[in-house]
Ligand binder design. Structure first.
Ligand code: NDP
Length: 403
Protein backbone atom coordinates (compact mmCIF):
# COMPACT_ATOMS: atom_id res chain seq x y z
CA UNK A 1 0.00 0.00 0.00
CA UNK A 2 1.46 3.35 -1.09
CA UNK A 3 0.36 6.57 0.58
CA UNK A 4 -0.08 9.48 -1.79
CA UNK A 5 -0.16 13.25 -1.27
CA UNK A 6 -2.10 14.91 -4.07
CA UNK A 7 -1.14 18.56 -4.52
CA UNK A 8 -3.80 20.30 -6.58
CA UNK A 9 -6.35 17.54 -5.91
CA UNK A 10 -9.23 19.61 -7.34
CA UNK A 11 -7.62 20.04 -10.78
CA UNK A 12 -7.43 17.84 -13.85
CA UNK A 13 -4.28 15.97 -12.75
CA UNK A 14 -5.48 15.77 -9.15
CA UNK A 15 -8.90 14.30 -9.96
CA UNK A 16 -7.40 11.78 -12.39
CA UNK A 17 -4.92 10.68 -9.71
CA UNK A 18 -7.82 10.12 -7.31
CA UNK A 19 -9.64 8.09 -10.01
CA UNK A 20 -6.58 5.79 -10.05
CA UNK A 21 -6.84 5.46 -6.26
CA UNK A 22 -10.51 4.50 -6.81
CA UNK A 23 -9.46 1.87 -9.35
CA UNK A 24 -6.83 0.34 -7.06
CA UNK A 25 -7.97 0.76 -3.44
CA UNK A 26 -5.74 -2.13 -2.28
CA UNK A 27 -2.61 -0.46 -3.67
CA UNK A 28 -3.00 3.26 -2.87
CA UNK A 29 -4.42 5.44 -0.15
CA UNK A 30 -4.57 9.22 0.21
CA UNK A 31 -2.40 10.74 2.93
CA UNK A 32 -2.80 14.44 2.08
CA UNK A 33 -4.76 16.71 -0.24
CA UNK A 34 -4.27 20.33 -1.25
CA UNK A 35 -6.47 22.68 -3.24
CA UNK A 36 -6.52 26.30 -4.35
CA UNK A 37 -10.06 27.63 -3.98
CA UNK A 38 -12.52 24.86 -4.87
CA UNK A 39 -13.87 23.99 -1.41
CA UNK A 40 -16.97 22.20 -2.74
CA UNK A 41 -14.91 19.52 -4.47
CA UNK A 42 -12.25 19.44 -1.74
CA UNK A 43 -14.88 18.67 0.92
CA UNK A 44 -16.26 15.80 -1.18
CA UNK A 45 -12.71 14.44 -1.53
CA UNK A 46 -12.11 14.70 2.24
CA UNK A 47 -15.34 12.78 2.89
CA UNK A 48 -14.38 10.08 0.43
CA UNK A 49 -10.65 9.60 1.09
CA UNK A 50 -10.23 10.58 4.80
CA UNK A 51 -6.74 12.06 4.37
CA UNK A 52 -4.55 12.74 7.45
CA UNK A 53 -3.89 16.30 6.30
CA UNK A 54 -5.58 18.87 4.07
CA UNK A 55 -4.30 22.30 3.01
CA UNK A 56 -5.92 25.15 1.08
CA UNK A 57 -3.62 27.62 -0.63
CA UNK A 58 -5.70 30.65 0.29
CA UNK A 59 -5.51 31.41 4.05
CA UNK A 60 -8.81 33.24 4.00
CA UNK A 61 -10.66 30.01 3.05
CA UNK A 62 -9.53 27.98 6.07
CA UNK A 63 -12.27 29.18 8.49
CA UNK A 64 -14.92 28.39 5.88
CA UNK A 65 -13.44 24.92 5.29
CA UNK A 66 -13.38 24.19 9.06
CA UNK A 67 -16.91 25.47 9.47
CA UNK A 68 -18.33 23.44 6.58
CA UNK A 69 -16.63 20.25 7.80
CA UNK A 70 -17.94 20.85 11.34
CA UNK A 71 -21.46 21.25 10.02
CA UNK A 72 -21.46 17.83 8.33
CA UNK A 73 -23.80 15.36 9.96
CA UNK A 74 -22.26 12.35 11.71
CA UNK A 75 -22.86 9.99 8.77
CA UNK A 76 -21.35 12.48 6.26
CA UNK A 77 -18.11 13.00 8.18
CA UNK A 78 -14.80 11.46 7.03
CA UNK A 79 -13.63 8.35 8.92
CA UNK A 80 -11.06 10.47 10.78
CA UNK A 81 -10.71 14.21 11.33
CA UNK A 82 -7.93 15.62 9.09
CA UNK A 83 -5.39 18.19 10.21
CA UNK A 84 -6.47 21.38 8.42
CA UNK A 85 -3.85 23.88 7.28
CA UNK A 86 -3.54 26.77 4.83
CA UNK A 87 -1.12 28.93 2.87
CA UNK A 88 2.34 28.00 1.72
CA UNK A 89 3.19 26.38 5.08
CA UNK A 90 0.16 24.15 4.69
CA UNK A 91 1.08 23.15 1.12
CA UNK A 92 4.67 22.44 2.22
CA UNK A 93 3.45 20.30 5.11
CA UNK A 94 1.23 18.26 2.75
CA UNK A 95 4.17 17.81 0.35
CA UNK A 96 6.51 16.56 3.07
CA UNK A 97 3.94 14.76 5.23
CA UNK A 98 5.65 11.97 7.19
CA UNK A 99 3.23 9.22 6.10
CA UNK A 100 3.48 10.05 2.40
CA UNK A 101 5.43 7.78 0.03
CA UNK A 102 4.70 9.59 -3.25
CA UNK A 103 3.74 13.21 -3.94
CA UNK A 104 1.74 13.96 -7.10
CA UNK A 105 2.37 17.60 -8.04
CA UNK A 106 -0.79 18.77 -9.81
CA UNK A 107 -0.63 22.44 -8.81
CA UNK A 108 -0.63 24.68 -11.86
CA UNK A 109 2.15 27.21 -12.40
CA UNK A 110 5.16 28.35 -10.41
CA UNK A 111 2.95 28.16 -7.29
CA UNK A 112 4.01 24.50 -7.32
CA UNK A 113 7.70 25.30 -6.89
CA UNK A 114 7.99 25.63 -3.11
CA UNK A 115 5.79 22.61 -2.29
CA UNK A 116 7.77 20.51 -4.80
CA UNK A 117 11.01 21.62 -3.16
CA UNK A 118 9.56 20.65 0.24
CA UNK A 119 8.80 17.18 -1.09
CA UNK A 120 12.32 16.91 -2.50
CA UNK A 121 13.92 18.05 0.76
CA UNK A 122 11.86 15.44 2.63
CA UNK A 123 13.27 12.79 0.24
CA UNK A 124 9.87 11.86 -1.21
CA UNK A 125 9.29 10.22 -4.56
CA UNK A 126 7.55 12.72 -6.82
CA UNK A 127 5.17 12.27 -9.75
CA UNK A 128 5.97 15.52 -11.49
CA UNK A 129 3.06 17.00 -13.44
CA UNK A 130 3.79 20.59 -12.44
CA UNK A 131 6.35 21.23 -15.19
CA UNK A 132 6.68 24.94 -14.36
CA UNK A 133 8.75 23.99 -11.27
CA UNK A 134 11.54 22.41 -13.25
CA UNK A 135 11.40 24.99 -16.04
CA UNK A 136 11.66 27.96 -13.69
CA UNK A 137 14.06 26.43 -11.22
CA UNK A 138 15.96 23.59 -12.92
CA UNK A 139 19.36 24.88 -11.72
CA UNK A 140 18.08 24.86 -8.13
CA UNK A 141 15.98 21.70 -8.23
CA UNK A 142 18.61 19.36 -9.72
CA UNK A 143 21.23 19.80 -6.96
CA UNK A 144 18.49 19.48 -4.32
CA UNK A 145 17.42 16.18 -5.87
CA UNK A 146 20.95 14.89 -5.78
CA UNK A 147 21.40 15.91 -2.15
CA UNK A 148 18.15 14.40 -0.88
CA UNK A 149 17.94 11.26 -3.02
CA UNK A 150 14.37 12.17 -3.90
CA UNK A 151 13.27 10.68 -7.25
CA UNK A 152 11.51 12.77 -9.86
CA UNK A 153 9.18 10.59 -11.94
CA UNK A 154 7.76 12.39 -14.97
CA UNK A 155 3.94 12.43 -15.13
CA UNK A 156 3.77 14.62 -18.23
CA UNK A 157 2.78 12.17 -20.99
CA UNK A 158 5.71 13.03 -23.30
CA UNK A 159 8.31 12.74 -20.56
CA UNK A 160 6.71 9.60 -19.26
CA UNK A 161 7.00 8.18 -22.78
CA UNK A 162 10.71 9.03 -22.86
CA UNK A 163 11.17 7.66 -19.35
CA UNK A 164 9.37 4.43 -20.30
CA UNK A 165 11.46 4.04 -23.46
CA UNK A 166 14.62 4.58 -21.43
CA UNK A 167 13.89 1.69 -19.06
CA UNK A 168 16.53 -0.87 -19.94
CA UNK A 169 19.01 1.65 -21.33
CA UNK A 170 21.77 1.88 -18.70
CA UNK A 171 22.23 5.22 -16.95
CA UNK A 172 25.62 6.92 -16.83
CA UNK A 173 27.96 5.70 -14.08
CA UNK A 174 27.04 7.26 -10.72
CA UNK A 175 23.88 8.76 -12.19
CA UNK A 176 20.73 8.67 -10.15
CA UNK A 177 17.29 8.81 -11.65
CA UNK A 178 16.34 12.16 -13.16
CA UNK A 179 19.21 14.27 -11.93
CA UNK A 180 20.00 15.70 -15.31
CA UNK A 181 22.75 13.18 -16.05
CA UNK A 182 22.55 11.98 -19.62
CA UNK A 183 22.00 8.35 -20.42
CA UNK A 184 25.04 7.46 -22.60
CA UNK A 185 22.94 5.57 -25.16
CA UNK A 186 20.44 8.40 -25.62
CA UNK A 187 21.15 10.39 -28.78
CA UNK A 188 18.02 12.46 -29.36
CA UNK A 189 14.46 13.02 -28.22
CA UNK A 190 11.42 13.63 -30.41
CA UNK A 191 8.59 15.25 -28.50
CA UNK A 192 5.24 14.76 -30.17
CA UNK A 193 2.68 17.58 -30.14
CA UNK A 194 -1.00 17.36 -31.00
CA UNK A 195 -0.82 20.85 -32.48
CA UNK A 196 -3.45 22.19 -30.07
CA UNK A 197 -6.78 23.82 -30.76
CA UNK A 198 -5.65 25.72 -33.88
CA UNK A 199 -3.48 23.21 -35.69
CA UNK A 200 -5.71 23.39 -38.78
CA UNK A 201 -6.13 27.18 -38.68
CA UNK A 202 -4.10 29.53 -40.87
CA UNK A 203 -2.24 32.44 -39.29
CA UNK A 204 -4.86 34.88 -40.61
CA UNK A 205 -7.72 32.74 -39.23
CA UNK A 206 -6.02 32.90 -35.84
CA UNK A 207 -7.02 36.56 -35.61
CA UNK A 208 -10.47 35.20 -34.72
CA UNK A 209 -9.36 33.12 -31.74
CA UNK A 210 -11.59 33.43 -28.67
CA UNK A 211 -10.98 32.30 -25.09
CA UNK A 212 -13.65 29.65 -25.51
CA UNK A 213 -11.93 28.19 -28.57
CA UNK A 214 -8.45 28.35 -27.02
CA UNK A 215 -9.60 26.45 -23.95
CA UNK A 216 -11.00 23.43 -25.80
CA UNK A 217 -8.38 20.89 -26.82
CA UNK A 218 -9.00 18.41 -29.65
CA UNK A 219 -7.45 15.38 -27.88
CA UNK A 220 -6.79 16.03 -24.18
CA UNK A 221 -9.04 17.19 -21.35
CA UNK A 222 -6.85 19.47 -19.21
CA UNK A 223 -6.85 22.63 -17.07
CA UNK A 224 -7.31 25.99 -18.81
CA UNK A 225 -3.72 27.24 -18.56
CA UNK A 226 -2.13 24.17 -20.15
CA UNK A 227 -4.86 24.06 -22.82
CA UNK A 228 -3.97 27.61 -23.89
CA UNK A 229 -0.27 26.65 -23.72
CA UNK A 230 -1.07 23.77 -26.08
CA UNK A 231 -2.77 26.12 -28.52
CA UNK A 232 0.27 28.45 -28.64
CA UNK A 233 2.65 25.46 -28.54
CA UNK A 234 4.32 27.12 -25.55
CA UNK A 235 3.42 23.88 -23.77
CA UNK A 236 5.74 22.02 -26.15
CA UNK A 237 8.43 24.66 -25.72
CA UNK A 238 8.18 24.30 -21.94
CA UNK A 239 8.41 20.54 -22.38
CA UNK A 240 11.63 20.95 -24.35
CA UNK A 241 13.16 22.72 -21.33
CA UNK A 242 11.66 20.12 -18.99
CA UNK A 243 13.21 17.31 -21.09
CA UNK A 244 16.58 19.07 -21.03
CA UNK A 245 16.61 19.13 -17.23
CA UNK A 246 15.06 15.69 -16.72
CA UNK A 247 17.18 13.72 -19.15
CA UNK A 248 20.35 15.84 -19.31
CA UNK A 249 20.17 16.23 -23.08
CA UNK A 250 21.20 19.37 -24.98
CA UNK A 251 18.70 21.49 -26.91
CA UNK A 252 20.12 20.58 -30.33
CA UNK A 253 19.00 17.00 -29.74
CA UNK A 254 15.41 17.71 -28.71
CA UNK A 255 13.00 17.98 -31.64
CA UNK A 256 9.29 18.72 -31.82
CA UNK A 257 7.08 16.88 -34.29
CA UNK A 258 3.35 17.48 -34.80
CA UNK A 259 1.39 14.24 -34.47
CA UNK A 260 -2.33 15.11 -34.57
CA UNK A 261 -3.60 11.72 -33.34
CA UNK A 262 -1.66 11.91 -30.00
CA UNK A 263 -1.09 8.15 -30.02
CA UNK A 264 2.71 8.20 -29.95
CA UNK A 265 3.51 10.17 -26.80
CA UNK A 266 7.17 10.72 -27.72
CA UNK A 267 10.18 8.92 -29.09
CA UNK A 268 13.84 8.46 -28.28
CA UNK A 269 16.67 7.81 -30.68
CA UNK A 270 19.51 5.71 -29.30
CA UNK A 271 23.18 5.87 -30.25
CA UNK A 272 22.86 2.83 -32.54
CA UNK A 273 20.09 4.71 -34.48
CA UNK A 274 17.26 2.63 -33.06
CA UNK A 275 14.13 4.69 -32.37
CA UNK A 276 11.76 3.70 -29.55
CA UNK A 277 8.26 5.09 -29.14
CA UNK A 278 5.64 4.72 -26.44
CA UNK A 279 2.01 4.54 -27.53
CA UNK A 280 -1.41 4.72 -25.94
CA UNK A 281 -4.72 6.54 -26.12
CA UNK A 282 -4.45 10.19 -25.07
CA UNK A 283 -5.30 9.63 -21.40
CA UNK A 284 -3.23 11.11 -18.58
CA UNK A 285 -4.17 8.28 -16.24
CA UNK A 286 -1.57 5.99 -17.82
CA UNK A 287 1.50 8.22 -17.23
CA UNK A 288 0.24 9.09 -13.73
CA UNK A 289 -0.26 5.40 -12.95
CA UNK A 290 3.26 4.59 -14.16
CA UNK A 291 4.69 7.13 -11.69
CA UNK A 292 2.60 5.58 -8.95
CA UNK A 293 3.65 2.00 -9.74
CA UNK A 294 7.21 2.48 -11.06
CA UNK A 295 9.23 0.34 -11.56
CA UNK A 296 6.36 -2.17 -11.49
CA UNK A 297 3.52 -2.40 -14.01
CA UNK A 298 -0.02 -2.69 -12.70
CA UNK A 299 -2.62 -4.73 -14.56
CA UNK A 300 -5.55 -2.54 -15.67
CA UNK A 301 -8.71 -3.15 -17.65
CA UNK A 302 -8.40 0.23 -19.36
CA UNK A 303 -9.29 0.55 -23.04
CA UNK A 304 -6.84 -1.42 -25.17
CA UNK A 305 -5.04 0.52 -27.88
CA UNK A 306 -6.29 -0.74 -31.21
CA UNK A 307 -4.20 0.54 -34.13
CA UNK A 308 -6.67 -0.65 -36.76
CA UNK A 309 -9.23 1.58 -35.07
CA UNK A 310 -6.76 4.49 -35.13
CA UNK A 311 -6.14 3.90 -38.84
CA UNK A 312 -3.24 6.18 -39.56
CA UNK A 313 -0.56 8.00 -37.66
CA UNK A 314 0.73 11.19 -39.27
CA UNK A 315 3.60 13.53 -38.50
CA UNK A 316 4.80 16.90 -39.72
CA UNK A 317 7.16 19.69 -38.76
CA UNK A 318 5.67 22.55 -36.72
CA UNK A 319 5.46 25.93 -38.43
CA UNK A 320 7.54 28.34 -36.33
CA UNK A 321 5.91 31.44 -37.89
CA UNK A 322 2.54 30.17 -36.64
CA UNK A 323 3.93 29.12 -33.26
CA UNK A 324 6.61 31.66 -32.18
CA UNK A 325 6.36 30.51 -28.53
CA UNK A 326 8.19 27.33 -29.41
CA UNK A 327 11.28 29.22 -30.58
CA UNK A 328 11.08 31.57 -27.60
CA UNK A 329 11.29 28.55 -25.32
CA UNK A 330 14.28 27.03 -27.16
CA UNK A 331 16.03 30.36 -26.99
CA UNK A 332 15.31 30.84 -23.25
CA UNK A 333 16.43 27.28 -22.58
CA UNK A 334 19.71 27.79 -24.44
CA UNK A 335 20.39 31.04 -22.56
CA UNK A 336 19.70 29.16 -19.32
CA UNK A 337 20.18 30.59 -15.81
CA UNK A 338 17.24 32.80 -14.88
CA UNK A 339 15.89 33.13 -18.45
CA UNK A 340 13.59 30.05 -18.40
CA UNK A 341 12.09 31.37 -15.14
CA UNK A 342 11.36 34.69 -16.86
CA UNK A 343 9.85 32.95 -19.88
CA UNK A 344 7.68 30.81 -17.63
CA UNK A 345 6.47 33.68 -15.42
CA UNK A 346 5.78 35.92 -18.42
CA UNK A 347 3.80 33.11 -20.03
CA UNK A 348 1.76 32.48 -16.88
CA UNK A 349 0.90 36.15 -16.54
CA UNK A 350 0.14 36.66 -20.23
CA UNK A 351 -2.12 33.57 -20.36
CA UNK A 352 -3.98 34.81 -17.29
CA UNK A 353 -4.51 38.17 -18.99
CA UNK A 354 -5.71 36.38 -22.14
CA UNK A 355 -8.17 34.31 -20.10
CA UNK A 356 -9.50 37.56 -18.61
CA UNK A 357 -9.90 38.82 -22.21
CA UNK A 358 -7.51 41.73 -21.68
CA UNK A 359 -5.26 40.79 -24.59
CA UNK A 360 -5.70 38.95 -27.88
CA UNK A 361 -4.34 35.45 -28.47
CA UNK A 362 -1.80 36.70 -31.03
CA UNK A 363 -0.31 39.11 -28.46
CA UNK A 364 0.75 36.21 -26.21
CA UNK A 365 4.14 35.53 -27.91
CA UNK A 366 4.86 39.24 -28.44
CA UNK A 367 4.52 40.04 -24.73
CA UNK A 368 6.61 37.04 -23.71
CA UNK A 369 9.34 38.01 -26.18
CA UNK A 370 9.36 41.58 -24.91
CA UNK A 371 9.76 40.38 -21.33
CA UNK A 372 12.59 37.98 -22.21
CA UNK A 373 14.34 40.71 -24.22
CA UNK A 374 14.15 43.07 -21.23
CA UNK A 375 15.80 40.43 -19.03
CA UNK A 376 18.62 39.57 -21.45
CA UNK A 377 21.21 41.91 -19.96
CA UNK A 378 20.39 40.75 -16.40
CA UNK A 379 20.58 36.96 -16.78
CA UNK A 380 22.02 35.28 -13.73
CA UNK A 381 23.69 32.13 -15.03
CA UNK A 382 23.96 30.40 -11.64
CA UNK A 383 20.79 31.41 -9.84
CA UNK A 384 19.87 30.52 -6.28
CA UNK A 385 16.26 30.03 -5.22
CA UNK A 386 15.87 33.69 -4.18
CA UNK A 387 17.10 34.83 -7.63
CA UNK A 388 14.47 32.63 -9.30
CA UNK A 389 11.69 33.97 -7.08
CA UNK A 390 12.85 37.53 -7.72
CA UNK A 391 12.85 37.26 -11.52
CA UNK A 392 9.53 35.43 -11.39
CA UNK A 393 7.88 38.42 -9.65
CA UNK A 394 9.75 40.89 -11.86
CA UNK A 395 8.52 39.24 -15.08
CA UNK A 396 4.88 39.17 -13.93
CA UNK A 397 5.05 42.83 -12.96
CA UNK A 398 6.76 43.72 -16.26
CA UNK A 399 3.95 42.07 -18.26
CA UNK A 400 1.25 43.82 -16.23
CA UNK A 401 2.99 47.17 -16.72
CA UNK A 402 3.35 46.68 -20.47
CA UNK A 403 -0.33 45.68 -20.79
P1 NDP B 1 -5.88 22.64 -13.27
O1 NDP B 1 -6.07 24.08 -13.50
O2 NDP B 1 -6.93 21.69 -13.73
O3 NDP B 1 -5.67 22.38 -11.69
C1 NDP B 1 -4.76 23.14 -10.95
C2 NDP B 1 -4.78 22.74 -9.49
O4 NDP B 1 -3.90 23.64 -8.79
C3 NDP B 1 -6.15 22.88 -8.82
O5 NDP B 1 -6.27 21.94 -7.81
C4 NDP B 1 -6.08 24.30 -8.23
O6 NDP B 1 -6.95 24.49 -7.13
C5 NDP B 1 -4.64 24.33 -7.76
N1 NDP B 1 -4.09 25.68 -7.67
C6 NDP B 1 -4.29 26.71 -8.53
N2 NDP B 1 -3.60 27.80 -8.13
C7 NDP B 1 -2.95 27.44 -7.00
C8 NDP B 1 -2.09 28.12 -6.10
N3 NDP B 1 -1.73 29.40 -6.30
N4 NDP B 1 -1.59 27.46 -5.03
C9 NDP B 1 -1.94 26.17 -4.82
N5 NDP B 1 -2.78 25.46 -5.62
C10 NDP B 1 -3.27 26.09 -6.70
O7 NDP B 1 -4.48 22.27 -13.89
P2 NDP B 1 -4.00 20.86 -14.51
O8 NDP B 1 -4.38 19.75 -13.60
O9 NDP B 1 -4.38 20.80 -15.93
O10 NDP B 1 -2.43 21.06 -14.50
C11 NDP B 1 -1.67 20.95 -13.31
C12 NDP B 1 -0.20 20.87 -13.69
O11 NDP B 1 0.04 19.67 -14.40
C13 NDP B 1 0.27 22.01 -14.61
O12 NDP B 1 1.57 22.35 -14.27
C14 NDP B 1 0.24 21.39 -16.00
O13 NDP B 1 1.18 21.96 -16.87
C15 NDP B 1 0.61 19.94 -15.67
N6 NDP B 1 0.12 18.97 -16.63
C16 NDP B 1 -1.23 18.80 -16.78
C17 NDP B 1 -1.72 17.89 -17.68
C18 NDP B 1 -3.19 17.63 -17.80
O14 NDP B 1 -3.58 16.70 -18.53
N7 NDP B 1 -4.06 18.36 -17.13
C19 NDP B 1 -0.81 17.12 -18.56
C20 NDP B 1 0.58 17.34 -18.27
C21 NDP B 1 1.02 18.24 -17.35
P3 NDP B 1 -8.49 25.00 -7.25
O15 NDP B 1 -9.03 24.45 -8.53
O16 NDP B 1 -9.10 24.40 -6.02
O17 NDP B 1 -8.45 26.48 -7.21
Amino acid sequence: MKSISVLGSTGSIGTQTLEIVDDFPDLFNVAALTAGRNLDLLIKQIQKYSPDLVAVADDSLLPDLKDRLNRLSKDQRPKSEPILLSGLDGLNEAASWKHTDLVVTGIVGCAGLMPTLSAIRAGKDIALANKETLIAAGPVVLPELKASGSRLLPADSEHSAIFQCLQGTPLAKNATLSTGVATPGLKAIQLTASGGAFRDWSLSEMKNVTVEKATSHPNWNMGKKITVDSATLMNKGLEVIEAHYLFGIDYDHIEIVIHPQSIIHSMIELSDSSVLAQMGWPDMKLPILYCMSWPERIKTNWRKLNLSEVGKLTFYKPDSSKYPCMELAYSAGRLGGTMPAVLNAANEEVVEQFLKERIHFLEIPKLIEKTCEAHKSDINSEPKLDDILLVDSWAREFVRTVI
